[in-house]
Design a protein around this ligand. Structure first.
Ligand code: SAM
Length: 251
C-alpha cells in the first residue's frame, strides 16, 4: 500500500475523477440550459484586433466577476455610469464615449472581433471613460452591476431573432426588462433602438407595461443627438428599413 507507484497511480485516478466531476458540473442540466440572446460565432480576428486584445485588453477589458464592480475604483473617479449591451464592432460606443467625457461607459459584447475592434477605437481616441466586459450581458447585469447604480442603459439594434421559434432569444422581454430597471438609478434612462418593426412594437409593448418605467415620449422617441448611426443601422437603412428609438426613464 505504501508503494510509491501505488500512491502516484491513486493520485492520477483521483485527479482524473476530479476533472470529470468538474466537467459534469459545467454541463447544462437537461431542461435548464439558459436561453441565450446570442450564438457565439467563430469570427476571424484581424491582426490589429489580435494586437489590441493582447496589448490593451489587460487595461480596458474587465474580467467577469460574481461581485458588483466598484466604478470609482475602475475609472478613478465618481461619474454617471452607462451600460451598453451588445456593442457589435463598437463604432457608436466609441463615438458616444468621446462625445461625453463626463460619463463613464461599460460595454458588454460576447463577440471577440468586436472587442478587439473597440479596443482599437479606444486607443485611437485615447478614451479613458470606457471599459469592456466580454461576457453575456445578462450575467454581467445580474452580478457585476449594483442595484440603482446606472444613469443609463443602451441596447442598440439587438439581434431581432426574426423567426417566431427564436423570439424567446430576444433581449427585450418582460423579465429581463424588470432586471434592467433594478440597476437603473431613479431618473436613469433605458434607450433601445431597432430597425425591425415587429421588434420595435414588442419593445414598446414590453417597456410600456413595465411599472418601473415611464416613456419620455408619446410612443417612439426622436433619435437622441448622442446616438450616432451604427453599422447595423446603416445597413438597415440601405435595405429600406425604418429605425425606431425608445427612451424610457426609471420612475
Ligand atoms: C445586431 S448586433 C448590433 C451591434 C451594435 N449595437 C450595432 O448597432 O452595430 C447585436 C450584438 O449584440 C451582441 N449580443 C447579443 N446578446 C448579447 C449578450 N447577452 N451579451 C453581450 N452581447 C450580446 C451580439 O454578439 C451582437 O454583436
Amino acid at each position: 500500500m505504501n508503494d510509491p507507484r501505488h500512491r502516484s497511480a491513486a493520485r492520477a485516478r483521483l485527479a482524473a475523477e476530479g476533472a470529470q466531476t468538474e466537467a459534469r458540473a459545467r454541463e447544462p442540466v437537461a431542461g435548464t440550459r439558459p436561453i441565450r440572446s446570442f450564438v457565439l460565432r467563430a469570427g476571424r480576428m484581424g491582426s490589429g484586433q489580435v494586437r489590441a486584445l493582447a496589448e490593451l485588453g489587460p487595461r480596458f477589458v474587465l474580467p467577469f466577476q460574481n461581485t458588483p464592480l466598484d466604478p470609482a475604483a475602475v475609472f478613478g473617479r465618481s461619474a454617471p455610469l452607462v451600460l451598453e449591451i451588445g456593442f457589435g464592432m463598437g463604432d457608436a460606443t466609441a463615438q458616444i464615449a468621446a462625445a461625453r467625457p463626463d460619463t463613464d461607459f461599460i460595454g458588454c459584447e460576447v463577440h471577440a472581433p468586436g472587442v478587439g475592434a473597440l479596443l482599437q477605437r479606444i486607443d485611437e481616441r485615447g478614451l479613458a471613460n470606457l471599459r469592456i466586459v466580454q461576457h453575456d450581458a445578462v450575467e454581467v447585469l445580474e452580478h457585476m452591476i449594483a442595484p440603482a447604480s446606472l444613469a443609463g442603459i443602451h441596447v442598440f439594434f439587438p439581434d431581432p431573432w426574426h423567426k417566431k421559434k427564436h423570439h424567446k432569444r430576444r433581449l427585450i422581454q418582460p423579465a429581463f426588462v424588470a432586471r434592467l430597471v433594478t440597476r437603473l438609478a431613479p431618473g436613469g434612462t433605458l434607450h433601445c433602438a431597432t430597425d425591425w418593426q415587429p421588434y420595435a412594437e414588442q419593445m414598446l409593448a414590453v417597456l410600456g407595461a413595465e411599472p418601473g418605467l415611464v416613456n419620455t415620449a408619446n410612443a417612439y422617441a426622436p433619435k437622441p443627438d448622442y446616438r450616432p448611426l451604427t453599422k447595423f443601422e446603416q445597413r438597415g437603412l440601405r435595405l429600406g428599413h425604418g429605425v425606431w428609438d425608445l427612451v424610457f426613464a426609471r420612475r
